[in-house]
Design a protein around this ligand. Structure first.
Ligand code: TYM
Length: 335
């Protein structure tokens, strides 16, 4: 049996959870809560980097919490909380920022992508996104961080900041955390637009959300980018086709994947048939989530109870770390 390690991960409340979030992250959260001390949170401070409207913030936060619960996270087993309920995180972020350098922050791929996407809003929070993420992880002294492939570089930054802090204060204080996926490679789930990864902000129709209606799923999948089909036997699949197969591998039976793979290899594949099958398999996979989301969403008392319980447990752990951090740095005891 795995030993009880401290596990932490989070998701930004910028929309509903999609299949990328599920297979890249949440499915691992659900497994890990059984044998580890887990902290799973909703990164609402982080979402401010893209300036959400205050009217939507609460609703989006609530939705992610509901979807965590619907996916099988259990507040009795894992600590589920909102990042902004632990203001000590902001204090640790401030301390870590004192040893984070402009050059290294500017080189982070996600920063460069965001700066390109929102040139009118390249704020300091966007630049220091990795130090806030490091604060999230280090405040609970987590050692394992289940995330998708896109977060690998951010995790590398956390490791750097943990080592730097330890070195600066001559203490073996923060453990050095690792990105985790059950001994397997980190996952990248592709989107339906033929390129890159499934994402919330990658444009209409690119992502399939856990609470999408069957009709919507059929429409999105049938519109997925394909090409005119293979012309030679066993030819390498171009990216958009490989992407459809990757999606099929996570939701369909292995026999189904093998069937279409063989058809591709002998040039008899009809993408329309493959997409129909893929859509039905996605619907079969997401339907229980959709139903659970609806059920949990109706229970406001329960949601509030989960939030309060999580805030209390997460704060206890955060305050403990911050007492030690303040002492190491040389500040007065206030907690
Ligand atoms: P976010 O909200 O963009 O994504 C949440 C989780 O989903 C994973 N993910 C994917 N995995 C595979 N394929 C995809 N297409 C895909 N899209 C998203 C992400 O890798 C992530 O694990 N910075 C984080 C939130 C965060 C955090 C943290 C995570 C803040 N602090 C501390 C871990 C630890 C983010 O924006 O994730």
């Amino acid at each position: 049996m795995e030993k009880r390690e401290i596990v932490l991960s989070g998701i930004r409340p910028t929309g509903n959870l999609h299949l990328g979030n599920y297979f890249g992250a949440v499915t691992n959260f659900v497994k890990m809560q059984e044998t580890n001390e887990c902290y799973f949170f909703i990164a609402d401070y982080h979402s401010l980097t893209t300036h959400p409207h205050p009217d939507n913030l609460q609703g989006n936060v609530r939705q992610v919490l509901v979807e965590y619960l619907a996916a099988g996270l259990d507040p009795e087993k894992a600590t589920l909380y909102l990042q902004s309920d632990i203001p000590e995180t902001a204090e640790l972020y401030l301390f870590l920022n004192m040893n984070a350098y402009l050059g290294e922050l500017e080189r982070v791929t996600t920063f460069k992508e965001k700066a390109r996407k929102q040139p009118d809003n390249v704020n300091a929070g966007l630049l220091t996104y990795p130090t806030l993420m490091a604060a999230d992880i280090l405040i609970h002294k987590a050692t394992k961080v289940p995330v998708g492939k896109d977060q690998e570089q951010n995790l590398e930054m956390t490791r750097t900041y943990a080592r730097r802090f330890n070195h600066m204060y001559k203490a073996d204080f923060f453990p050095i955390p690792t990105a985790y996926n059950f001994g397997k490679q980190l996952v990248k789930i592709p989107g339906l637009d033929g390129s890159g990864k499934m994402g919330k902000s990658e444009g209409e129709g690119n992502a399939i959300f856990l609470n999408d209606d069957p009709k919507v799923i059929r429409k999105k999948v049938m519109r997925a980018v394909t090409d005119s089909g293979p012309t030679e036997k066993n030819q390498t699949k171009p990216d958009p086709i490989e992407n459809l197969f990757t999606l099929m591998k996570v939701v369909s039976k292995p026999e189904t994947v093998a069937f279409f793979d063989e058809q591709y290899n002998n040039c008899t594949i009809r993408y329309g048939d493959m997409k129909k099958q893929l859509a039905e398999d996605i619907i079969a996979f997401t339907t229980p989530f959709r139903e659970k989301i609806e059920e949990i969403s109706a229970d406001q008392d329960y949601i509030l109870k989960v939030m309060n319980m999580g805030a209390e447990k997460a704060r206890e752990s955060a305050v403990k770390t911050m007492r030690e951090v303040r002492e190491l740095i040389g500040f007065r005891k206030i907690y």
